[in-house]
Design a protein around this ligand. Structure first.
Ligand SMILES: CC(C)(COP(=O)(O)OP(=O)(O)OC[C@H]1O[C@@H](n2cnc3c(N)ncnc32)[C@H](O)[C@@H]1OP(=O)(O)O)[C@@H](O)C(=O)NCCC(=O)NCCS
Length: 247
């Protein structure tokens, strides 16, 4: 157990952040069969099985997703049956922030605004350029998102995604190439961290292991690595042999 504001928060829920979110804060955005669950497709491709899945759990997930579909297992330490062909695999790290540790670096006076449904097209355009990780047309419904506009153009954003009990994941951290190195991402991540800590939760995030620039940025803001993860997706059995790509 680790301390978060007033409450003690267990970090074991971070071993299954997708399943813990789908069963809890994001239950209204979930599809389910048996013990398996997945987000509505426009919200996220992430799916969850129980931590020690049986063949019947895999059958439930196949029924939930349909034949030949992407089973995006995110960071789950599970291995699907042999007839679930691998689609992608990416090494990453999960990082957590101690809410008592002040975020490092010099605060930047960026004009941070809360984003809403009217900003979704701009969020999709920005993440389409920066590729911080998958972002879909209803991903913004997972939490609060913030951004910085310059001359009306959304040049930086960050927000909240997975929400296992006691924790909120900070995600979609993006700055347009022409606006980088000015502290905009730092300002936005700080804003999200403050929001999370103020409601008594702890911030965490995921980042590709090869993204050393972003990892250094997060370390300056007070995050540290909790564990190494592997993001992986597979094709459910059956269906037509169309190419599936990582979202
Ligand atoms: C990672 C990313 C979000 C960083 O955005 P950013 O707005 O440039 O980040 P910041 O400006 O806050 O910090 C980045 C650098 O600028 C420096 N910096 C911060 N404030 C500064 C300021 N006021 N003046 C000059 N430099 C500053 C930081 O020290 C940091 O230095 P570095 O070059 O050693 O890394 C951006 O590169 C990006 O969109 N990348 C692609 C998407 C991605 O990988 N997202 C993370 C997914 S987990």
């Amino acid at each position: 157990m680790v301390s978060s504001g007033d409450a003690d928060v267990s970090s074991t829920v971070l071993d299954d952040p997708v399943g813990e979110s789908l069963r809890g804060h994001h239950a209204h955005l979930a599809r389910r069969v048996g013990g398996t669950a997945a987000y509505l497709p426009e919200v996220a491709t992430f799916a969850a099985v129980l931590l020690e899945p049986t063949p019947s759990d895999w059958a439930d997930l196949a029924a939930l997703l349909g034949p030949g579909e992407l089973a995006d297992l995110f960071s789950a330490s599970v291995e699907p049956p042999a007839d679930w062909a691998p689609v992608f695999s990416l090494e990453g790290v999960q990082m957590v922030a101690d809410p008592r540790a002040p975020a490092g670096g010099v605060p930047v006076a960026a004009d941070v605004v809360e984003l809403g449904p009217a900003d979704v097209a701009d969020m999709l355009a920005l993440t389409g350029v920066t590729r911080p990780g998958p972002f879909w047309s209803r991903t913004d419904e997972l939490g609060t998102y913030w951004g910085v506009r310059e001359n009306g153009v959304l040049v930086a954003m960050a927000g909240e995604r997975l929400r296992p009990p006691g924790w909120t994941e900070i995600s979609a951290v993006s700055t347009a190439p022409q606006a980088r190195g000015r502290g905009l991402a730092s300002a936005l991540v700080r804003t999200a961290m403050r929001h999370v800590v103020d409601r008594g939760e702890r911030p965490f995030l995921h980042v590709a292991a090869e993204n050393s620039g972003a990892i250094a940025l997060y370390e300056r803001l007070g995050f540290e690595v909790r564990r190494r993860v592997r993001f992986h997706g597979h094709r459910t059995p059956g269906g037509t042999p169309e190419a599936l790509v990582r979202p």
